[in-house]
Ligand binder design. Structure first.
Ligand code: TXA
Ligand code: MG
Length: 352
């Protein structure tokens, strides 16, 4: 597993992407069952031919990912769906119409007779059409459904830049297309549409509120936010996005109470000789005066900016080798649900 990882910078290219030699070369490697990392609107994906079991196996190996965790197949047009699913439930039709291309993954009944390592033995298959010109051009040029988990080593924060991808996977994959930092910063929302009511299995870029506007009703897997109930989506049961330092989430009835609790905890930790990290926001970072590594993660009044910065901030704490991280918490609802889901996982469910 030591190969030369090619690097193509395709940031700032806009028109006729499919014709660019970098895209052609990357697509050709995908057709030859090599692994290529590419940007999507959420996070960078580690792509491989989703129809080839051995290639999918290579994805699991490159990431060090548990192999009972199924992958999302990425497509570039509706036609590709027919080869993969046995039916499109009416719920699916409406959601695709509203949100594709976009950060919404739908779990469909899988077409029978299609053996797929990517869906890890389930009779369903997760599919999404990413809203990123580079991703779409690559999939189109490869003419394949592309299996793509986030392009990080298992247990590391998902990558939101090509640099993050190389930190984790340099030498383990055939290439990476650099399209600049991703926009949304947290992964797609995964929704099971095989039942009567859509069920959110993983909160993400499309919010429950947006889905309810289309479908009327929406259910949320109770396993998503609590550490007790077992989540329905195989991938949610693993401790994801774990920073190297122990992370504690800090609540408070008001922002002032929250920042005060963090100040107290941080002071005690420093007294114990620990190197302390604090995940703060633009509105609050000035509250933490001391020997701390304070990193600002967006603005509280614009949670989209928090989501965009989150994984990069978690990686920065690792780089700073902090022993303990105290993280501010955010209101649930909207993209706040996805932010708190990822933070809860990173902290292993630990609240101060
Ligand atoms: O934004 C994203 O979705 C990114 C980019 C690269 O597209 N991809 C991504 O993939 O996050 P991954 O493999 O890290 O997460 C896939 C999630 C896992 O939680 C997995 O368990 C769930 O989707 N999943 C996949 N197939 C499923 C299925 N058939 N039923 C239920 N959950 C499924
Ligand atoms: Mg992932």
């Amino acid at each position: 597993m030591n190969q030369q990882t090619k690097y193509w910078n395709v940031d700032n290219i806009v028109d006729g992407l499919e014709d660019y030699p970098q895209i052609q070369e990357a697509a050709e490697l995908l057709r030859r069952n090599e692994l290529i990392a590419f940007p999507t609107e959420t996070v960078y994906g580690l792509g491989g031919n989703g129809m080839e079991d051995e290639t999918v196996e290579k994805i699991y190996t490159a990431k060090g990912r548990p192999s009972d965790n199924p992958l999302i197949l990425h497509i570039a047009d509706r036609m590709q769906l027919d080869e993969l699913v046995s039916e499109v439930p009416p719920l699916g039709e409406a959601l695709m119409e509203a949100f594709w291309p976009g950060p919404l993954t739908l779990v469909f009944p899988k077409k029978s007779g299609v053996a797929m390592r990517a869906s890890a033995g389930l009779d369903t298959v997760a599919i999404r059409m990413p809203d990123h010109p580079l991703a779409l051009a690559l999939i189109q040029a490869a003419r394949l459904p592309i299996a793509a988990p986030s392009a990080n080593l298992s247990g590391r924060p998902s990558p939101t830049t090509a640099q993050h991808v190389l930190e984790d996977l340099d030498g383990r994959i055939a290439g990476v297309l650099d399209g600049g930092p991703t926009g949304i910063g947290v992964e797609s929302t995964v929704v099971d549409i095989t039942g009567d009511v859509p069920m959110i299995l993983r909160p993400g870029g499309i919010t429950a509120e947006q889905i309810a506007e289309i479908t009327g009703e929406v259910a949320i897997d109770p396993g998503i936010l609590s550490e007790e109930a077992a989540p329905k989506s195989p991938g949610m049961k693993y401790r994801h996005y774990a920073p190297q330092g122990q992370m504690w989430l800090v609540r408070g009835d008001t922002i002032e109470e929250m920042t005060k609790s963090i100040r107290n905890a941080a002071r005690r930790a420093v007294e114990e000789g620990k190197k302390v990290g604090i995940l703060a926001t633009k509105e609050t970072f000035r509250e933490y005066d001391g020997e701390y590594t304070v990193i600002t993660c967006g603005e509280r009044r614009d949670l989209i900016s928090v989501a965009r910065r989150l994984y990069d901030v978690l990686r920065q704490f690792d780089q700073e080798s902090v022993d303990v991280i105290f993280a501010e918490t955010f209101p649930e609802g909207g993209v706040g649900t996805a932010i708190m889901n990822r933070l809860t996982k990173a902290a292993g469910g630990h609240y101060l």
